[in-house]
Design a protein around this ligand. Sequence first.
Ligand code: HEC
Ligand code: HEC
Length: 347
Amino acid sequence: MPYHTVFNKLAAYLFFLATVTSCTTAEIKNIGPTPLVLDIPTGFSEMKIPADNPMTVEAVALGRELFFDPILSKDYSISCASCHFPDHAFSDTVAVSAGVHQDRIGNRNAYGLGNVGFLEALFMEGGVPSLELQVLAPMGERSEMDLQIRDAVARLNEIPEYVDLAQKAYDREIDPWVITSALAAYQRTLISGDSPFDRYYYEGQENAIDAEAKAGWEHFQALNCTACHSAPLFTNQGYFNIGLYDTYDDPGRGRLTDKPEDHGKFRVPSLRNVSLTAPYMHDGSLKDLSSVIDHFASGGFAHPNKSSLIHGFAISEEEKGELIAFLESLTDSSFVHNSDHLPVTLR
Ligand code: HEC
Ligand code: HEC
């Protein structure tokens, strides 16, 4: 059952409780937050949910409001969604995102957030182990939202709607734990596993993708792209240097480990919804999928850390078109256009 159906059912249930039964308001409150069961797509493994932040309808509702609210940035100008656009599978459309100070832009491309709840570690160097902890990075980052979490707490506790949502979700006032927990819970609902390719591959619907995309899927396997971009997430979550540069400005995983052999290694990005997440690579330096394929076909620069899996290959224009058609078949329109991901005011 898609989780929006779960939402609807739960909403109907709550309405029923509130109207038909003779419960007092106090009794209804005692029921506590409503558990939310995620709909995990075929082929995916279960998502690990921290024991102290179980999925509930109310936590997700609070996280969704926070994700779209510019109140979390210093000058009230930027929300999480300013760099993670729902229409673009929660990625940014520019190479590097601008934060609250237009003159101070970051140096990385914002990848999509689809299936982010399934990742073992976050950020391109894998330095952050949970979505709860991740939240503090963009908020505190001078080049992004530039707001201390204690200031966010003070702002939000002045807004009765937020205080009420926090009570319902976690039975306490807004505090740093509530903010990070709710944003994490919301992001765990951003699950994408219903693309035409899924219907073809996992559900056996032969006509879900056309002959061109099928040929592209064959090339994708024959060229060993699957060694790193493996189904179902289309990332093996490993860290590789793909010879994008001969010298990297951004050390990637080397920034975390400080080891020379990790220099220029980045987490393999998921290719789900990739046709919507241009520009590409950690710095957004490649403008379209054709340029990405040209990079892999060229074999890239001979960086000492370059993976031996990147060695170049010959590909015709026709085969390239097929490979792109396959990549496009990973676009999940029911994910991208799911209005349940938006606050009620934006639906
Ligand atoms: C100014 C633009 C900007 C804003 C605002 C922003 N992000 Fe990001 N986000 C990025 C960029 C760029 C990255 C990639 C950074 C990296 O991997 O090192 C990123 C990465 C992430 C990741 C990790 C994804 C992954 O694949 O590892 C998560 C999760 C995330 N952001 C959530 C949020 C949340 C929640 C907010 C609001 C509190 C937010 N972002 C606000 C630009 C932004
Ligand atoms: C050795 C592992 C590896 C192999 C093999 C590999 N990739 Fe990648 N791919 C990566 C990494 C790592 C990145 C990100 C690199 C960076 O940002 O510096 C990437 C980036 C991409 C991107 C850009 C995604 C985005 O959101 O920016 C696409 C598209 C892509 N690869 C497609 C392919 C295709 C097609 C093949 C086969 C021809 C392939 N990859 C083979 C590791 C690999």
